[in-house]
Design a binder for this molecule. Structure first.
Ligand code: F3S
Length: 770
């Protein structure tokens, strides 16, 4: 199908600058002089300084830090709030790269598309108004509520072979289905790209997955990634890019590859990618991007869009697609993989009720035209036999274009005929926005074609066991209502007493008459011009949004050592970004720093006493040491204009790239965190917000500093004067009056020193603009 839908396009902004990228790569090749994987080609061609960055060709993967120049940014409505507030405080009047905002996470699922959309728009109006007005001011493409899910829209409109993109959502890698690198990041990283600041990434290792054979019958690309998740586990991809290659790649549809790339996030991979295929070309044409396909064809002709012969991977995994069978993963973790043929026995073994309570299909992971037509094929077979689904059966289209095309081609009516409820084009039940009325607090089992299945993820009920499977397996099982039903081998009894067995589903990867765009009022203008005079709307007294006040530099008085800092507490053990800034009900305050800071470290353990969310105020006006919550004591110190420090344990800040975990302590007056060790991303986030991270040179010094002690830096001035090899010591005056010095290490680069000096990276960028 080469039908062009009537969605406006701006081809320069959606076509990667292939000639420049290839030229950059040639510089790198002349240094490295070895065959490169596809992922390396995409990364190295996007280096900020391709001529000098890779030095003498020393070992890069897993070791070097790359300074990269992403081509595009995409943000969803929840994470875009703080990203935009930070971007605004940099004082620029436009984004350095094309950027888009997608309203999808804040849409609820309860009564069906239309009613849900209306209600969600009303309850989130102030957030949508803010996002839309900021988009207008800075020239960002704004995809209204109802337009679809970020990853599906990116695949349909922006993704292109060989591109490097950042997205503020963990399933951003979905766009890898079009042979690019799309990486999920926190808002502060997105702001790097939006302000044109080099974005830093530790060069990932590259895992090669060699695909041979072919999928058939019931088996889909979803089963491939479910199988791989079982093999690699939720941590197997950490710090690695998964690069697929081999003949098995070329027989898959582009959207099928996107499903695989999407769920690479479930094994912790940085992202996933595939060499350019003729199906990718077909998908680009079908989605109205013929000129992008043509440019990609030329770039592929120059060897840019696949690995070089002889390229080496850090590990190679062999998968013969012909050996795969449908797989069901879960509950509660995406790496607990059970082949469909063994699933009934597994359920029995566990002693679970042999009952499925709901089936959910669609989402960003599996709502392609191919998925939907295959599912409709099963629905048609069932309807002809007089069957309807036994359990609630919900379908979330990934985009307005998919929804409208499904409707036009009678896919929707076929699903509704057997009992399906079609929800709004949004995340809905995938992100806990499912207002489920049954099974509250009860153990029950649902099957979804989504990607994540942590406890409570879908309906907020921690007793809901959530299993992941392909859309066709979910659908077929919804007609049986039993977990042990295997549609490949089992049959169902009809009212007539006859038996009915499904034939393997078949579908079409692209609509033969092309896609139809549906309601185009949801769509943005292609690369809208910034309107500097436009006002960014934040309601007065808003509880959800608050402008960010730039942080003040502690060196404004000319003294290049930090002011004397009070130690707030010594944090014991594991302290992830979730401990530092909890999620759940706090998510609604993502755009309001004052409100969300009330959750600072509320699940952290105080090493002095071992209690959670307990801290001590040694300078209370009462004259005695008072006990309060951690945010409580932080607020007291802020109220007294007393800057403070934290002492923390190993791998502080592991988990996610959530920038709130760095913004919040800084907001309350934290200037220094001394750790046994830091998680790298969080350490960089601290530096961006103007907090100095130091490492104990001797880890046993951790227990020598306690709450209420005073810390002064010695040697920081040297660092700030531009000497990255300066040694910084801490002079500690403990509560007993004893004074001693502690040696530390730091990882500050020349650029990061400038951030610290300015009080934050954004302050530095703003001063550069001036
Ligand atoms: Fe949304 Fe779920 Fe995907 S939350 S972006 S549909 S993973």
């Amino acid at each position: 199908a080469t039908h062009t839908p009537s969605i406006p396009r701006n081809y320069p902004s959606i076509t990667p600058p292939y000639p420049t990228l290839i030229q950059n790569l040639n510089h790198v090749r002349s240094v490295l002089k070895r065959p490169l994987t596809l992922a390396e080609k995409i990364l190295y061609s996007h280096l900020h300084d391709p001529v000098h960055s890779l030095g003498n060709g020393r070992r890069i993967r897993g070791e070097a830090y790359l300074q990269l120049k992403p081509e595009r940014v995409a943000m969803q409505d929840a994470s875009a709030q703080m990203a935009l507030l930070q971007f605004m405080s940099a004082g620029l009047d436009r984004c350095a790269v094309p950027t888009s905002i997608h309203c999808d996470h804040l849409i609820q699922a309860s009564d069906g598309a239309e009613a849900d959309l209306k209600r969600s728009i009303i309850s989130n109006q102030e957030v949508f108004d803010f996002l839309e007005s900021a988009a207008r001011k800075f020239g960002i493409e704004f995809w209204r509520p109802g337009s679809g899910i970020i990853h599906q829209i990116v695949l349909e409109n922006y993704a292109a072979p060989g591109m490097l993109m950042l997205g503020t959502d963990s399933h951003t890698p979905n766009a890898g289905g079009l042979g690019m690198l799309a990486i999920g990041v926190g808002g502060a990283d997105a702001v790097d790209a939006m302000t044109g600041t080099p974005w830093e990434l530790k060069a990932p290792q590259i895992v090669g997955v060699h695909l041979t054979g072919s999928l058939s019958g019931w088996t889909t690309t979803k089963d491939l990634i479910l199988h791989l998740a079982g093999k690699l586990t939720v941590r197997g991809g950490t710090g690695r890019i998964i690069e697929y290659f081999g003949p098995g790649v070329h027989s898959q549809s582009c959207t099928g590859l996107a499903t695989i790339a999407n769920m690479g996030a479930e094994v912790g991979a940085t992202t996933s990618t595939f060499p350019y295929t003729s199906n990718m070309r077909g998908y680009l044409h079908a989605t109205g991007r013929g000129p992008v396909a043509q440019a990609a064809d030329e770039a592929a002709g120059k060897g840019f869009l696949s690995a070089d012969d002889g390229a080496e991977y850090d590990e190679v995994i062999e998968i013969n697609l012909s050996d795969l069978e449908p797989t069901i993963n879960g509950p509660f973790t995406p790496d607990l993989a059970t082949p469909l043929s063994k699933f009934g026995a597994f359920v029995k073994e566990q002693g679970w009720k042999d009952e499925m309570s709901a089936g959910l299909i669609g989402s960003c992971t599996n709502s392609s035209y191919e998925d939907m037509t295959r599912v409709a094929d099963l629905a048609r077979q069932a309807k002809a036999a007089g069957l309807t689904t036994k359990v609630p059966f919900l379908c979330t289209p990934g985009s307005e274009q998919i929804r409208a095309t499904m409707e036009r081609d009678n896919v929707t009516s076929t699903l509704q005929d057997v009992g399906a409820v079609v929800l709004a084009n949004a995340c809905g039940p995938c992100i806990g926005q499912w207002k489920r009325e049954d099974k509250k607090g009860e153990e029950n089992a649902i099957l979804t074609s989504f990607n994540r299945n942590f406890k409570s993820r879908n309906d907020g009920n921690r007793y809901t066991m959530n299993f992941l499977a392909s859309p066709t397996v979910v659908t077929a099982m919804a007609f049986s209502g039993s977990l042990s039903f295997n549609p490949m081998t089992d049959s169902l009894t009809l009212d007539s007493g006859n038996r009915f067995k499904f034939s393997p589903p078949s579908g079409q990867d692209l609509p033969s008459t092309g896609f139809t765009p549906g309601d185009t009022s949801f769509y943005p203008l292609p690369t809208p011009e910034p309107q500097p005079d436009a006002e960014v709307i934040i309601q007065k007294d808003s509880q959800r949004l608050e402008l960010l006040e730039p942080f003040t530099s502690p060196f404004n008085d000319g003294n290049l050592e930090l002011p004397p800092l009070k130690v707030l507490m010594r944090v014991r053990g594991k302290c992830t970004t979730d401990h530092i800034s909890a999620a759940g009900p706090w998510l609604k305050y993502k755009g309001h720093l004052t409100n969300i800071s009330e959750n600072l470290l509320i699940t952290a353990v105080n090493d002095e006493g071992g209690d959670v969310n307990v801290a001590f105020d040694h300078d209370a006006p009462s004259g005695i040491t008072e006990t309060d919550t951690i945010p409580g004591v932080a607020k007291r110190l802020k109220g007294r204009n007393q800057p403070w420090a934290l002492v923390v344990d190993e791998n502080y800040g592991e988990g996610s790239a959530r920038e709130h975990a760095a913004l919040q302590p800084r907001f309350y007056g934290c200037n220094l965190i001394v750790a046994r060790s830091f998680a790298r991303i969080h350490e960089t986030n601290l530096k961006k917000q103007g907090v100095l991270p130091l490492w104990f040179a001797d880890k046993t010094d951790y227990s020598r500093i306690g709450s209420g002690d005073m810390i002064e830096t010695v040697g920081l001035a040297n660092l700030l004067q531009g000497h990255p090899d300066a040694i910084i010591k801490l002079r500690v005056t403990n509560r007993g009056g004893e004074i001693f010095e502690i040696p530390t290490n730091h990882t500050m680069s020349i650029d990061q020193i400038k951030w610290l000096h300015a009080g934050s990276a954004l302050n530095h960028i703003r001063s550069q603009m001036k």
